[in-house]
Design a protein around this ligand. Sequence first.
Ligand SMILES: C[S@@+](CC[C@H](N)C(=O)[O-])C[C@H]1O[C@@H](n2cnc3c(N)ncnc32)[C@H](O)[C@@H]1O
Length: 286
Amino acid sequence: MNPAQDESRQKLEGFAAENEGGSCCSTSLRRPAQKFDNKSGLLALMGCTVDEDFKASDYLMESLTTPEIAKSDRPNDSAMCLAHGIKDPGRLLDGFGWKDLPKGSVIVDVGGGTGHVSMLLAKTHPQLKLVVQDRHQTIAHGRETKRVELQGHDFFDPQPPRDPPALYLLRFIVHDWADSYAAKILRRLREAAAPTTKLMLIERIIPYACKANDAEYRKSIPGTEDDSVVPKPLLQNLGVVNLNGYLAEIQRTLQEFDRLYAASGWKLVQVHKTKGLASQIIGAPA
Ligand SMILES: C[S@@+](CC[C@H](N)C(=O)[O-])C[C@H]1O[C@@H](n2cnc3c(N)ncnc32)[C@H](O)[C@@H]1O
């Protein structure tokens, strides 16, 4: 092993040791501004590439196809700012009528990480109660508040006993899972739902490559009118099939979401477009 290889190996070992010990997460939480002090630099590079750049690239299409900002040179209109909610963090949640939910309504944020989305909801809508569910290892890094409860739970298991919530929220969950797994996650929620419980997936709905002859179908689901702005001769989906191949994600079209809901006891009833790329795809018990 030459000296350069040896140095790389040592850096990688240091990186692994730090993560295994958990010091990276705890330091980040306690002193975020100092989280990379005295580190090899590899951590910062990974954070920048995976957490910042990858997320920004997901918003490139939006920044290039939204007429008001497509030619803008303002920093806040860049894909990076859109992706990280720098301009308007609430934009992640716009669309759905959160304020119309009655006082005390419970929302279960399934696969909610350490609770960043629920914290935002709790802050903007004081009448709501939030339950964040995620794997035990993840939830251990979160922090409870009076209105945000944290619960270690595997979403493939039956829901823990509780009164059925007003809404199950799954933001950026099912795009990681093929239909058979995604349907199992949704079926678990359906089993625990009341007739009034709603399901909300926040996901990107992939446009078809060509104009589809589906105007009648779209009329039956509010919020799904075709408002594509992609100019000819570009494909309507801007080559997103290619993107799926690279990222190994399972992004779905409207009809694929419809079928997923039907396979798990839900019915797709409405879509709210947000200012970001993702839509809020609302289901009700079938
Ligand atoms: C792409 S992240 C989305 C996180 C969050 N909903 C958001 O919008 O930022 C997927 C989440 O699913 C969680 N997850 C993965 N497998 C899980 C499982 N079997 N049970 C519960 N949560 C799981 C991960 O820990 C992670 O927090």
